[in-house]
Write a protein that binds this ligand. Structure first.
Ligand SMILES: CO[C@H](O)c1c[n+]2c([nH]1)[C@H](O)[C@@H](O)[C@H](O)[C@H]2CO
Length: 465
């Protein structure tokens, strides 16, 4: 049965592309609590570091905050109906720790659990698999006041929070993701301060990263104890393919450093039980405060790796020995295309990283848990928004996924970022990633051309299987 809405514009139906994906491949869209929910003062929700950061003048574009965002908190029915219209088989969302345990530790807020209970039940009623991320950056403010991820205790608080959520939702959530991109939390939040909590201490980034990883490792067994046997548990990491711009030895050296900084910093402890050799020296920093047994905890076996990828890094080596986080990325690249974030569009990078990660690490299954593009979409009041560049971006990156599958990569699903336009962190609402447009003045949702294209692709896939 063809359930897709008739697109008001003719979108080329990529039936050939759809045919390249195996039966039971999951097709989803992803969001995150602080970016879409709004309702930050409702039903007992506590404050998060992103409430504090966005309220701090100069931190977020034009002082934008997540106070209202896309008002998803009040629009679950409407937004899950949108997911049905798009033909999604899964939906990746994140749970706001401050809604569940407003102080970070201690008292539980029943209304917070009730909200996600309703969301999960609604998704299941509409035939959509819930993929829950436990932490997508909205740390409860009281924990930050106690040191945040610089404080080892936060890792234990995260494990306690995880158990509370899993006890309530564990019987219905299809798959669990502990952390979203701890690299961002650690480096952007504690190292260079462009994300919450806005600290600028590179050693702090190393220490925070360790405690985020420790929280992940502590949370895994607590999750597994509360969910049905076999429920997949994983983590989502940025994985950024790094290439050399030339054949010089210093370029090869710097590519290796940049890979350690971008990827192995987290992949190695999780999947190899140790940090990459020489990494802390290459950062000219001290190792984090590792305690006996930490790496065993951190490398708890997982069922899948969630990969977030949007672009690549191209490196031109510097003569002198650089720090790992100062390797000379090359930009702009002649004849390259860029999204509105200034990220190069390079779909081969996704194929290459999927092949390399599956080869180099025992990741089990892989999901692309985020991939998408920001472009300066505008709405003229019409039935849709023409965003041909996003259609082209998605077609090219999904082709890369198909190529990776054909090379044997155990890719089990793809989540487009994002279901709808939302609060893009320090960029506020200035950057639009959605396949659905949000008119923030009215909260009206308008499916973009890319949304109709994605729905047609999923429908073609369903018709093949
Ligand atoms: C550099 O790309 C990162 O992998 C990345 C990109 N993104 C992310 N991580 C985050 O997980 C999302 O919350 C962002 O909204 C999204 C778009 O910026």
């Amino acid at each position: 049965m063809d359930i897709t809405p008739k697109a008001p514009i003719q979108t080329q139906v990529d039936t050939d592309l759809a045919r390249r994906f195996p039966p039971r491949f999951l097709w989803g869209a992803a969001t995150a609590s602080y970016q879409i929910e709004g309702a930050v003062h409702e039903d007992g929700r506590g404050s998060s570091i992103w409430d504090d950061f966005s309220a701090t003048p100069g931190k977020v574009f034009e002082g934008h905050t997540g106070e209202v965002a896309a008002d998803h908190y009040h629009r679950v029915e409407e937004d899950t109906d949108l997911m049905v219209r798009l033909g999604l088989s899964a939906y990746r969302f994140s749970i706001a720790w401050p809604r569940i345990v407003p102080e970070g530790r201690g008292a539980i807020n029943p209304a917070g659990l009730d909200f996600y209970d309703r969301l999960v039940d609604t998704l299941l009623e509409k035939g959509i698999q819930p993929f829950a991320t436990l932490y997508h950056w909205d740390l409860p403010s009281p924990l930050e006041r106690a040191g945040g991820w610089l404080n080892r205790e936060t890792a234990y608080a995260f494990a306690d929070y995880t158990e509370i959520v899993a006890r309530r939702l564990g019987d219905r959530v299809a798959s669990w993701i502990t952390l979203n991109e701890p690299w961002c939390s650690a480096y952007l939040g504690y190292g260079i301060g462009v994300h919450a909590p806005g600290r600028t201490d590179r050693q702090g980034a190393i220490d925070a990263a360790h405690h985020l990883l420790l929280g992940h490792g502590l949370a895994v067994p607590r999750l597994r104890a509360q969910v049905p046997a076999g429920t997949p548990v994983g983590i989502t990491l940025i994985v950024n393919p790094v290439y050399g711009a030339d054949e010089r030895a210093e370029t090869a050296r710097d590519v290796k450093l940049a890979h350690a900084f971008s990827n192995a910093w987290f992949l190695d402890p999780i999947y190899r039980g140790s940090y990459p050799e020489g990494f802390f020296e290459a950062m000219a920093l001290n190792p984090p405060p590792i305690q006996e047994g930490d790496l065993e905890i951190i490398s708890a076996p997982l069922d899948f790796l969630g990969v977030n990828n949007y672009s690549r890094t191209l490196i031109r080596g510097a003569q002198e020995q650089p720090l790992a986080d100062s390797c000379q990325a090359v930009a702009p690249i002649p004849n390259a295309c860029y999204t509105d974030m200034g990220w190069e569009i390079y779909p081969h990078g996704l194929r290459d990283l999927l092949v390399n990660v599956a080869r180099d690490y025992p990741v089990g299954n892989i999901y692309v848990t985020e991939n998408g593009a920001a472009f300066p979409d505008t709405w003229d009041g019409g039935e849709t928004i023409n965003d041909p560049r996003r259609v082209s971006y998605l077609r090219s990156y999904l082709t890369a996924c198909a190529e990776a599958l054909e090379q044997g990569v155990p890719l089990r699903g793809y989540f487009v970022w994002s279901l709808m336009d939302n609060f893009e962190w320090a960029e506020g609402y200035a950057k639009r990633f959605g396949i659905v447009y949000v008119d923030y003045s009215t909260q009206r949702r308008i499916i973009k051309e890319s949304g109709y294209w994605y729905a047609e692709l999923l429908n073609a896939f369903n018709n093949n299987n």
